[in-house]
Design a protein around this ligand. Structure first.
Ligand code: ADP
Ligand code: MG
Length: 276
């Protein structure tokens, strides 16, 4: 079973990329499970057509979550893909990371990935705070290959750099984990590919895919679907399939070499000047 985690800051496009990746992989014969680890709980929405109940919903509803209760929040979506959402506490009432942690413990306890015959597990994880629960997918051996979703905006690069620091830390604790690559989910920043390539060089990791911004993403999303499902013949779908092929073939991970804000600013400013 191949297990990967997709990290990045809120709103950067983790779930969009993950769902299209899962959809593409399912067409390549993989039995995929996508696990949303974000209190926003919309990771699998475009695989299932709508927002689904979460593991934390079950934890709140029942004193003890047994295998049957857990299975009620594991859903079959597009093309046989399985999905679930950790969910989170009610806003303002607790630690979202703890919810992720608890959800992963339950999946582990009942050997869900093994029981459903999963060949490819994808953890879609919020990386704004790589504390406690959010570090769990990389810390507890759930995923060895970490993919970092970024774009060419300074704030996103800064946050990606912070997640890279967390990977270094977890690796130093003796966990076999590393960054497999950056995914540049582009925002339309000038020289965006150059900026992200330059940042990748600093980190010492490859850019595995540049993903263009596309209206087809929203058009598919309105229907509760992925681009792969709604527009299978589009260029955008081909980009996601290309990403899927590369990830499937990859087994390399790198221990990144993160830097500081001043260095990142300098790097972005230098490339930005080119457009002035
Ligand atoms: P995250 O999971 O990182 O919080 P999402 O995947 O939910 O982010 O993406 C946030 C929004 O950005 C989505 O509603 C989606 O419509 C949009 N989006 C993501 N990637 C693209 C893209 N390549 N082209 C156009 N819109 C995109
Ligand atoms: Mg998301």
């Amino acid at each position: 079973m191949k297990k990967i985690a997709v990290y990045g800051k809120a709103g950067i496009g983790k779930s969009t990329t993950s769902s299209n990746l899962s959809a593409a992989l399912s067409h390549m014969g993989e039995k995929v499970m996508q696990i949303g680890c974000d209190p926003k709980r919309d990771s699998i929405a475009t695989l299932c057509g709508r927002l689904m109940p979460t593991i934390m919903d079950q934890v709140r509803k029942f004193d003890v979550v047994d295998e049957k209760i857990l299975s009620e929040v594991i859903f079959e979506g597009y093309n046989g893909i399985l999905g679930c959402e950790s969910g989170g506490p009610k806003p303002g009432t607790g630690c979202a990371g703890k919810g992720v942690n608890l959800a992963l413990q339950l999946l582990d306890k009942f050997k869900v990935l093994e029981r459903y015959g999963i060949t490819f597990a994808l953890f879609d994880v919020l990386g704004d705070v790589v504390c406690g629960g959010f570090a769990q997918p990389m810390r507890a051996g759930f995923a060895r290959e970490i993919y970092l979703v970024t774009c060419g905006e300074l704030l996103s690069i800064y946050q990606t750099n912070n997640i890279a620091k967390a990977v270094v830390k977890v690796n130093s604790l003796g966990v076999d984990v590393g960054v497999a690559g950056l995914i540049n989910n582009m925002r339309g920043v000038a020289h965006e590919e150059d900026i992200v390539e330059a940042f990748a060089e600093v980190l010492g990791v490859p850019v595995i895919q540049h993903i263009p911004r596309s209206k087809l993403v929203q058009q598919a999303e309105f229907k509760g679907q992925t681009v792969i499902q709604t527009f299978p013949d589009s260029d955008q779908a081909e980009v996601y399939r290309s990403l899927a092929r590369k990830i499937l073939a990859n087994d390399k991970v790198y221990i990144p070499t993160p830097t500081d804000m001043a260095h990142l600013k300098e790097l972005v400013a230098k490339l930005d000047k080119k457009s002035a």
